[in-house]
Design a protein around this ligand. Structure first.
Ligand code: FAD
Ligand code: NAI
Length: 470
């Protein structure tokens, strides 16, 4: 029987990063993965393929709608959607091969097959043909991620009623798509389809899109998605069922404002109502590992389960379901196992939505500050007042909002919707990691002309209402 210091179950961004850090710190490490490729949801059916399609479709959208204003005339343009999907597959292939390389480089033993606990220190790997391999280990890390959820009464048939996984593999451009859920997946993949010509309808239970973020972001994003991509958005609609007739689907929902039932017809229905922790046939009971009230592996602040030698990270535990959160937790656990004193600040994990305009945020929302009774001040700066945005012409929508403590001026939250927000949010994360004040942000020299000047201006507005350009 193979004997390891650490066995990691699941090779997503949580698992493979944890394995690399364990190996770097001198532990004999194995990684178990049930799929034939490494990289988990993120690389195979999540972050990377969705961003590949978002980028391709954005090129097409810009070529159709903004190039002419820049003095570039194109004729006879059309989308070859299967080619877009093929390019996405190449991007995924390259990315997962990169993880193979990293495993070899770090001398991590990869075992392909379904991992399950026999006891707290023995993991069984069941290979595709049924062969079983047993791994003995001192410690283990559960990084088995998540799977798409559905709603009661809605059966995902993977043909017309689909999740993000199938949506990333469509070979045709639907005429009409109904997206259930105005959250991250619905809006990113809805954007891809709308840009290549699909009529997209979003049916959302809550009274705003991307409801977990600062409310101002969802409002602005809804405006742009309606105007630029022709989204039809039905808020406060509770989906009650989906039926599939031939090549049509009918989504029924309760319009909660009017108190009546409505129906939406389309070629496809994308169910994007969240994801559930994946612990199927993991043998948690045999190891004695407890779940929390939401079915996630229960961990304490050090990512340790109730069984001392078993840790868990990423989507399978509480917190944001994000690749970078899983990675941070992977490094954290590896360093803890090596006897170090790592630190992780769950409050400063940025959230990003890769629509156009991009949406990004870190720290408290205005709604949270109000609820907590925190005295705060607000600074805003719209991109329409940015020279860099004017030079890019169409990048003139959106804004940056800086929230700072009313007394100490410490930055408490930064929320932005606009060009390159995904990258710009890191300035706010760094500032907040060092507990900067809005004045600190505003006094740092920002290169001109850049989109990031909008952060400085919003911080100036928050400090004492002295934005220069607005
Ligand atoms: P996963 O990536 O889910 O990996 C878990 C792995 O464990 C899988 O490979 C699975 O096969 C394996 N596994 C499960 N059970 C077993 C078992 N018993 N034995 C062996 N192997 C097992 N996040 C972002 O931060 N940015 C984005 O842009 C982004 N885009 C996304 C787009 C989409 C369409 C989706 C669906 C998700 C996106 N996410 C994004 C979320 C991100 O993919 C997840 O947060 C991240 O992958 C979680 O990492 P993880 O390591 O916890 O789990
Ligand atoms: P989500 O939680 O972002 O959105 C789900 C939406 O469905 C919510 O707005 C919810 O109100 C709505 N909903 C629930 N029940 C409903 C009903 N009966 N009728 C109508 N609407 C209903 O979940 P999503 O989009 O599925 O994404 C899952 C996870 O994947 C997210 O938590 C996110 O962390 C991760 N992800 C991250 C990305 C990124 O970082 N850019 C991209 C894609 C996914």
């Amino acid at each position: 029987m193979d004997q390891y210091d650490v066995v990691v179950i699941g090779s997503g961004p949580g698992g493979y990063v944890a394995a690399i850090r364990c190996a770097q710190l001198g532990m004999k490490t194995a990684l178990v993965e049930r799929y034939p490729t490494l990289g988990g949801t993120c690389l195979n059916v999540g972050c990377i393929p969705s961003k590949a399609l978002l980028d391709s479709s954005e090129h097409f959208h810009n070529a159709q709608h903004t190039f002419e204003k820049h003095g570039i005339r194109l004729q006879g343009m059309e989308v070859d959607y299967p080619a877009m999907v093929a390019r996405k597959r190449e991007v995924v292939d390259l990315s997962v091969k990169g993880i193979d390389f990293l495993m070899k480089k770090n001398k991590i033993q990869v075992h392909y097959g379904h991992g399950s606990y026999e006891d707290a220190h023995t993991i069984k790997v069941t290979k595709e043909g049924g062969e079983e391999v047993f791994l003995k280990t001192k410690k283990s890390i559960i990084a088995t991620g998540s799977k798409p959820m559905t709603l009661p009464g809605i059966e995902i048939d993977k043909k017309r009623i689909i999740t993000s996984t199938e949506a990333l593999e469509l070979e045709e451009v639907p005429e009409r798509l109904v997206v259930i859920g105005g959250g991250v997946i619905g809006l990113e993949l809805g954007s891809v389809m709308a840009r290549v010509g699909t009529d997209v309808t979003v049916v959302e239970y809550a009274d705003s899109l991307i409801g977990a973020m600062d409310k101002s972001l969802g409002k602005e994003l809804a405006k742009v998605l309606k105007r630029d991509l022709g989204f039809s958005i039905s808020l406060q609609h509770k989906v009650t069922g989906v039926t599939h007739h031939g090549d049509k689907v009918i989504v029924t929902a309760e319009d909660m404002k009017k108190g009546k039932e409505v129906a939406f017809e389309a070629d496809y229905c994308l169910v994007a109502v969240g994801r559930r922790p994946y612990t199927d046939r993991l043998g948690l009971e045999k190891a004695g590992v407890k779940r929390d009230e939401k079915g996630r592996v229960d961990v304490d602040t050090t990512m340790q389960t109730n069984v001392p030698d078993i840790y868990a990270i990423g989507d399978v535990v509480k917190g944001a379901m994000l690749a970078h959160k899983a990675e941070e937790e992977g490094v954290f656990v590896a360093e803890l196992l090596a006897g170090q004193k790592p630190h992780i600040n769950h409050h400063l994990i940025p959230g990003v939505i890769y629509t156009w305009p991009e949406v990004a945020a870190v720290g408290y929302t205005e709604e949270e500050l109000k609820k907590n009774g925190t005295a705060y001040k607000t600074g805003n700066f719209p991109f329409k007042a940015s020279g860099r945005a004017r030079a890019s012409m169409d990048d003139r929508f959106g804004f940056i909002k800086v929230l700072a403590d009313a007394e100490t001026d410490e930055v408490l939250g930064v929320h932005m919707i606009g060009p390159r927000a995904a990258d710009m949010i890191m300035e706010a994360v760094m500032a907040m990691e060092f507990r900067a004040s809005a004045e600190d942000l505003s006094r740092a020299c920002h290169a001109h002309p850049t989109f990031s000047e909008a952060i400085k201006e919003a911080a100036l507005d928050a400090t004492d209402k002295r934005a220069i350009h607005f």
